[in-house]
Design a protein around this ligand. Structure first.
Ligand SMILES: *Cc1c(COP(=O)(O)O)cnc(C)c1O
Length: 387
């Protein structure tokens, strides 16, 4: 009976505090609402937070950041970019923005991230870039991928939308030896600015190009001109750029979210550990753990039903909803999406691991504001719904 009055537990919720709210209000009162001092501070804070001698360039989405990264690497028609089928469409659509072709490969069952051997098999003379995704916040096999890239003269752009903070062999994602790393601050990510993202690179030429292309191909941004001490009306357009800058309103949120990123991860990990313990012994495959000593951001807690295909999974999610628990599926793999499937003639048997995972997968609620009582409520609902 009490279940009927229990509140619906959403799948994800942002964790916004009074600090974020006050900073946004200060921005609104300051008269400077677009890209300016707060965006610059957020970039500086982000680069310092990574402690990796990198430059951080704020953008209005990770999608924009991925697009800028590939543009700066000169990806264009005739080029191929290898990525995973088990991701959000943004990872691959940016390749099409530039007229190049994504080449989709399968994931490893023990990481749910791109399979390095499949990457190597997919390399052709046209291959230019590899885009690994740190799925759910567990690092992809970066030393293998970077080694493949080095041996074949390829670039690496990490889709780190899930990976703040995540480590790979003890190093924070964002400070590895790839060419560019892109983070997302979308509403349900580990830190959020509503919409937003950060492009991170240690290559000054890529940073310069991304800064220019982020704002119309202008060689100085509006804030530079506004704060210059010499007459500042003059600027030059050096390319047909994009409109990808992050507003100061959004950056005001990000400055405070970033300061909480470590504490957020601690809370997420604690919830993941509660799930791991309470759900072991059930007919479920629990999420892959990070390598010994590595940090998992626990952006997502993804389980697989031990038996049965999509129908069992769908019924499971339905029963969770009946118990007031919001669920999701990460992802409907790209080889099943009409655009990608039809354009590249993709078939499920080309991606057996991703297909099997998709058929059985469901994502449980996991966010910092969940109470221990709510975690227990999810566990109870899982046990009832599997029955
Ligand atoms: C969220 C997400 C993106 C896109 O992020 P936006 O900031 O919404 O553009 C890209 N890749 C993956 C894997 C994501 O989960």
């Amino acid at each position: 009976m009490s279940r009927a009055v229990e509140q619906f537990l959403p799948f994800a919720l942002p964790d916004i505090g009074e600090e974020e709210i006050a900073e946004v209000v200060a921005s609104l009162r300051s008269g400077w609402v677009t890209t300016g001092p707060k965006a610059r501070q957020f970039e500086d804070d982000f680069a310092n937070w990574l402690e990796g001698g990198v430059e951080a360039i704020s953008v209005n989405s990770a999608t924009a950041g991925l697009h800028l990264a590939l543009e700066a690497l000169d990806v264009g028609p005739g080029d191929e970019v290898i990525t995973t089928t088990h991701t959000f469409t943004a990872t691959a659509e940016v390749v099409r923005y530039l007229g190049a072709d994504p080449v989709f490969v399968d994931i490893s069952a023990d990481t749910l991230c791109i399979d390095p051997e499949a990457v190597e098999r997919a390399i052709t003379p046209r291959t230019k870039v590899i885009i690994p995704v740190h799925f759910a916040g567990r690092s992809a096999e970066m030393s293998e991928i970077l080694d493949i890239a080095r041996r074949h003269g390829l670039k690496v752009v990490e889709d780190a939308a899930h990976a703040l903070p995540t480590t790979s062999n003890g190093r924070l994602v964002g400070t590895l030896d790839s060419d560019v790393t892109v983070f997302s601050f979308y509403a349900n990510k580990t830190i959020t600015t509503g919409e937003g993202g950060m492009l991170v690179t240690r290559n000054p030429a890529i940073a310069k190009r991304a800064r220019t292309m982020r704002l119309h191909g202008i060689n100085r941004d509006a804030f530079d001109r506004f704060t210059a001490t010499v007459p500042s009306w003059y600027y030059e357009i050096i390319a047909p750029g994009f409109k990808y800058n992050l507003t100061d309103i959004a950056a005001s949120i990000g400055i405070h979210q970033l300061r909480k990123a470590r504490a957020f991860q601690t809370r997420r990990q604690h919830i993941a550990e509660q799930y791991n313990e309470a759900l072991s012994g059930l007919p479920l495959i629990l999420p892959p753990l990070p390598r010994e000593g590595d940090l998992h951001s626990w952006h997502l807690y993804v389980v697989q039903l031990g038996a049965g295909g999509g129908r069992a999974r769908d019924a499971f999610i339905e029963r969770m909803f009946e118990r007031g628990i919001g669920m999701s599926v990460h992802y409907v793999p790209l080889h099943l999406q009409p655009y990608w499937r039809d354009r590249y003639d993709l078939k499920p048997d080309m991606f057996p691991v991703s297909q099997r995972v998709f058929d059985r997968t469901a994502t449980l609620p996991l966010y910092t504001r969940m109470t221990d009582g709510e975690v227990e409520r999810v566990v109870r609902a899982v046990k009832e719904s599997l029955g």
